[in-house]
Design a protein around this ligand. Structure first.
Ligand code: SF4
Ligand code: SF4
Length: 335
């Protein structure tokens, strides 16, 4: 952790994306946000991705004296964080104004379709196509061999994506974690109200599910993080998307099991404004919003076959942007 960190700073995590495999972008993102002072970085559960993240962190560590922990995201079942989008470009009419391309935060779409490694499954393009040509498919790197993935990646922490009604498979994942004997600093549990069942699932059901998971995890004696997903993987970057996250936190935040409370799902530069200053969570996780502001800079470097940190002036600009983005969660404005 950053030794110079003021105690009043809030915990901040960068989410690179559970199915994001854009290795060069991940390396740059990790360098930028390590320099800007995040506490943890969450990446897909795959060795080459973890190695890219480590490289980016190492670059920034030497200069900025910050050492964020590395977390890998796994899931106890089907989960929209573990998906990608696809379409057949041959079916697109030549006069289409290509709204799919315009909404993609990672510039994954061009005339040849969707570049799988650059797509992290945010879902924005799916609803943008007037002809409904875009579909999603499951893409879960950790699903089939979690124990091997843990051995190869040796993360500092693991995030388990779960759903209210998946206690059995959650229990199985925890037992694999336990038998793998991976030394973890933290376990994060990411859960929200499932959009498709929203009418049937109430915040109270979520609370009950999280306490059930606490009962399973307690014996591991590893600090826990409760990540409340207000709007799971909506891909919607509008400022007001934060409201769902804030509402969920205000409803159940004070009744959650012991551990750190972190907001995610629709979090962005406006989230801090929507919170009451006397009721703030312990931390925040930023995904799409944090990545999107960096994408043009990163793309510039990558089209020249370089890392952004090979362009010192542009890298300094990226770090400044990241610091500004994180500023509300730093001590001077969190009273
Ligand atoms: S908009 Fe989202 S889901 Fe669609 S291609 Fe881009 S990253 Fe993938
Ligand atoms: S919006 Fe639909 S039809 Fe148009 S380019 Fe994209 S996928 Fe093809």
């Amino acid at each position: 952790m950053n030794k110079n960190k003021n105690k009043k700073d809030k915990w901040i995590k960068l989410i690179c994306g559970a199915s994001n495999e854009d290795i060069v972008a991940i390396e740059d993102l990790c360098a930028i946000y390590t320099a800007a002072g995040v506490d943890y970085i969450d990446v897909a559960a795959e060795e080459s991705i973890v190695n890219a993240a480590k490289k980016g962190i190492e670059w920034a560590q030497k200069i900025y004296n910050n050492s964020p922990g590395l977390m890998i995201s796994i899931s106890d079942g089907n989960d929209i964080h573990f998906r990608k989008a696809k379409f057949d470009p041959l079916r697109c009419p030549s006069n289409c104004s290509r709204p799919c391309e315009k909404v993609c935060p990672t510039f994954a779409i061009d005339i040849s379709g969707i570049k799988e490694s650059k797509c992290y499954g945010c879902g924005r393009c799916i609803n943008s196509c007037p002809l409904n040509l875009i579909s999603e498919y499951e893409y879960n790197l950790s699903k089939y061999d979690l124990a091997t993935t843990l051995q190869k990646t040796k993360p500092n922490a693991v995030e388990i994506h779960t759903r209210i009604n998946r206690l059995d498979s959650f229990t199985k994942v925890v037992s694999i974690l336990k038998s793998s004997e991976t030394k973890l600093d933290k376990i994060s549990i990411s859960c929200g109200l499932n959009q498709s069942f929203k009418k049937l699932q109430e915040p109270e059901d979520l609370l009950k599910a999280l306490w059930e998971r606490y009962d399973i995890l307690e014996e591991l004696n590893i600090p826990l993080i409760w990540q409340l997903d207000g709007r799971p993987m909506s891909g919607d970057l509008a400022p007001t998307t934060s409201r769902d996250t804030v509402k969920l936190f205000e409803k159940i935040g004070s009744d959650l099991p012991p551990g750190l409370i972190q907001l995610a799902g629709g979090t962005n530069e406006k989230t801090h404004e929507f919170l009451k200053s006397n009721n703030l969570p312990d931390g925040i996780a930023f995904g799409s919003a944090a990545r999107k502001i960096m994408q043009p800079l990163i793309e510039f470097a990558h089209t020249n076959n370089k890392r952004l940190y090979e362009y010192p002036e542009r890298m300094a600009l990226a770090i400044k942007k990241a610091q500004k983005f994180l500023e509300p969660w730093k001590s001077k404005s969190v009273k």
